[in-house]
Design a protein around this ligand. Structure first.
Ligand SMILES: C[S@@+](CC[C@H](N)C(=O)[O-])C[C@H]1O[C@@H](n2cnc3c(N)ncnc32)[C@H](O)[C@@H]1O
Length: 201
């Protein structure tokens, strides 16, 4: 359990993937639907779902309140930390000064709290990817750096279930070192490094 719940995460972790997300993947999804449903599965300290919220806000501030972001993790302790939106100075290293000012308020000289309008967009919930039923109809699921200790069989089951949880045309985002080699077997098309689209049919 301890090994499975190593909670390392960062805002804009693997920035080039988030650049792809913000330049092409999310604009395409926004053109298809104006109320997106995003799921960060294995969200750790919340940096990943809050990064998704920041990008959505940047892309379409006026429509921001229409979107829903679910963030889940098996580890209850990290979820309450994530929900507080409070981060130490060192945890904000993925953000530039302008992003820090726009999205956080200083707390006590050492910690920063994510502004309420961003926190309100993200719902945190405990969920075990190996045993709980999956919520459905997602436009985007980010499941990154979670499967490192999963067996081959567990990964196969997971990709099938993530595929079923996406709406047709929805996109799965995985970690940089976790390419899905036989993505077509699960019914995905590859969109670029780390992104797989559920086929429409
Ligand atoms: C290394 S963190 C990755 C955080 C974030 N996705 C990222 O890439 O920055 C992995 C997270 O997966 C969670 N996790 C591990 N096994 C899980 C499971 N079976 N169901 C849900 N979450 C799980 C851990 O608790 C941990 O918070």
């Amino acid at each position: 359990m301890k090994r499975l719940t190593i909670n390392v995460s960062d805002f804009f972790r693997n920035p080039e993937r988030f650049a792809d997300l913000s330049r092409s993947i999310l604009p395409r999804l926004l053109a298809e639907r104006n109320n997106l449903r995003l799921w960060s599965a294995g969200c750790a300290n919340g940096a990943e779902p809050y990064t998704l919220a920041m990008i959505l806000y940047q892309l379409a501030p006026a429509a921001f309140a229409q979107h829903a972001i679910l963030a889940t993790d098996i580890d209850k302790g990290i979820l309450s930390q994530a929900e507080s939106g409070i981060y130490a100075e060192g945890e904000l290293k993925g953000l530039d000064a302008a992003q820090r000012e726009r999205y956080f308020r200083p707390l006590d000289g050492e910690r920063w709290q994510l502004r309420t309008f961003l926190r309100q967009r993200v719902e945190f919930r405990q969920h075990n990817l190996l045993s709980d039923p999956f919520p459905e109809d997602w436009d985007l699921i980010a499941c990154r750096n979670v499967v490192i200790y999963f067996t081959k069989e567990a990964k196969e089951q997971l990709y099938l279930r993530l595929h079923a949880a996406l709406r047709p045309g929805g996109v799965l985002m995985v970690g940089g070192t976790e390419p899905i080699l036989r993505y077509a077997d699960y019914g995905f098309q590859q969109l670029g490094t780390g992104f797989y689209r559920r086929e429409e049919t």
